[in-house]
Design a protein around this ligand. Sequence first.
Ligand SMILES: NC(=O)c1ccc[n+]([C@@H]2O[C@H](COP(=O)([O-])OP(=O)(O)OC[C@H]3O[C@@H](n4cnc5c(N)ncnc54)[C@H](O)[C@@H]3O)[C@@H](O)[C@H]2O)c1
Length: 253
Amino acid sequence: MKTAIVTGAGSGIGRAAAERCAADGFAVLCADLNEAAAHQTAAELIALGHQARPVRADVAEESSVAAMVDAAIGWTGQVDTCIANAGAMVEGDVLSLSLDSWNRAMQVNATGAFLTARAVMPHLLAQGGTLVFTASTVGLSGMKGVAAYSAAKGAVVALTRQLAADFAARGVRVNAVAPGAVRTPLSESQFRARAADEAEFQALLAQVIGRYPIARWGTPQEIAEVILFLATERSAWMTGQIIPVDGGLLELR
Ligand SMILES: NC(=O)c1ccc[n+]([C@@H]2O[C@H](COP(=O)([O-])OP(=O)(O)OC[C@H]3O[C@@H](n4cnc5c(N)ncnc54)[C@H](O)[C@@H]3O)[C@@H](O)[C@H]2O)c1
């Protein structure tokens, strides 16, 4: 049974990616730090007639990532694609960031990407497979106030290219999607943290979206569509690519 591991599957882009992979016929291991959210996504997929299982996993913890991959192998015996999507926003410029905050941003977003890739790679190599990271437009260009998150996503971008170079000849393709502003709990909390009240929050949202040539939020489903493309044979001659899905933000300013 062709199998996908999706990290951060309990919410937002990861949940949409789990739904899209399941609809494409993958058995989906729904992994999330939030166990209840992982269960909810898996239950929704099962209710739709798909194959899914939940697992609690912290991508920043080596043993937890190993257990996640073991859960997939114990279930179906294979991993055909891994959607390494789990991430967390950490706000602040270098003057306001504590070392703890910097380390948290790096642990979840960058070390999490490394640990996931390392644990899953032997299984992808076994039959030829794909790895898809969720990077960010802020890993490709600067944005005010997110120094640690941006540096961590920059690491994901570089890791994508490195893994692609190291494993292309051995049948594993590695690509990333770089979303712009997508309305999820992550982006919502980012802008709420910056606003004193609801009016300021709404003004901030309008200001953010005003910078986008296609002047609206992206949807998790729009990102998931590209993730699925990168995960499957439809992108068979692509590796090492970082694909912005961003309403034209990066190219059209
Ligand atoms: N929303 C955006 O605008 C946006 C833009 C660019 C990139 N991204 C990236 O997309 C990915 C998904 O973000 P989202 O917007 O769907 O966020 P979200 O907050 O809706 O979902 C993130 C999920 O990841 C889980 N998670 C957090 N830390 C984890 C850990 N250590 N181990 C396992 N799971 C963990 C959370 O519990 C949550 O369910 C992230 O990597 C994020 O950085 C989001």
